[in-house]
Design a protein around this ligand. Structure first.
Ligand code: SF4
Length: 289
């Protein structure tokens, strides 16, 4: 078997916000030894396990954290009330909120202060959106692309923001729908672009390779999306969390393969896979395939 040529997606792996958050968490672990996080700090089981080995403790709720602990805030951010609650219990917060998420929160608060009802393009169950809506309460609504508009946007002052990972064309469509209904409309584009860039890259790869390997956590929504996009364009797309999951038979007959990874996939998992791939020729021969 001829060793396949490998093309990496560009960009690949950690986005700016996740990289920043993980660096902050690692620094905090060096200082405090033990750091708590409500929910997984990153949607990648292998990276979370690596951080747990260094002293990270993942809990389901703030009530499980002993008073006066070091607590890490994920890149998705925290609702204002939860943040206050943690501070009231004497915790020191290590704030990994991505600056792009923070910007969306600020814009939403500003719109409310100016008398606008805030319409958020996004998923109401996503932690990033929850952090905004729990703060704004009744004065906000959330809508996914293609969903009907809420009644409340008719006739009043409406401000639109977006979950950072939505698509620009969906934001533009929403604006078009609201224009005829609102008496006044103000729009802030709070999309960060990291997700869209990775989606574009994997789509291109799928079109020019014999198969695409997407590396990332099975609990990562952005990795799932990359895999779906790859599979739509190339039926030889596979999704693995780590190198050891590769079935060598998949490489047979492929002279060029693409490698992509989600925004929550660390470099070391990508490197592990590439190292293993470097051995592909020998291993395949050993197995007699
Ligand atoms: S996807 Fe964008 S908003 Fe979310 S953490 Fe990454 S850089 Fe920040």
């Amino acid at each position: 078997m001829v060793e396949p040529k490998v093309i990496l997606a560009d960009p690949i792996g950690f986005c700016f916000g996740v990289e920043r958050a993980v660096n902050l968490l690692e620094e905090a672990l060096k200082v405090h030894g033990k750091v708590y996080c409500i929910g997984s700090p990153i949607h990648n089981p292998q990276e979370t396990a690596r951080l747990e080995n260094k002293g990270l403790v993942v809990v389901d709720s703030g009530e499980e954290i002993p008073n006066g602990s070091a607590v890490f805030v994920r890149a998705h951010g925290l609702p204002e009330g939860d943040r206050r609650e943690l501070l009231n219990r004497g915790h020191s917060l290590i704030d990994g909120t991505c600056p792009f998420v923070f910007k969306a929160q600020k814009k939403a608060s500003f719109l409310i202060s100016q008398g606008y009802r805030v319409l958020i393009l996004g998923d109401k169950d996503h932690p990033e959106v929850k952090a905004i809506t729990q703060h704004l309460g009744e004065r906000s609504s959330v809508v996914l692309p293609g969903e009907p508009l809420p009644e409340e946007v008719s006739g009043g002052k409406v401000g639109i923001i977006s979950q950072t990972t939505q698509r620009l064309e969906d934001l533009a469509n929403l604006v078009q729908l609201v224009v005829p209904k609102a008496s006044e409309l103000r729009v802030y584009n709070t999309i960060c672009g990291a997700t869209e860039a990775r989606q574009k890259a994997v789509a291109e790869l799928a079109g020019i390779t014999d198969g695409v390997v997407v590396i990332g956590g099975k609990n990562s929504a952005n990795t799932r999306k990359l895999f779906e996009i790859a599979l739509e364009r190339n039926n030889q797309a596979i999704w693995i969390e780590e190198a050891s999951e590769l079935d060598w038979r998949w490489l047979e007959g492929k002279s060029i393969i693409g490698v992509a990874a989600g925004a929550s996939t660390p470099d070391w998992l990508i490197d592990d896979f590439l190292k293993l791939l470097g051995k592909a020729k020998g291993v395949v021969k050993e197995d007699g395939r």
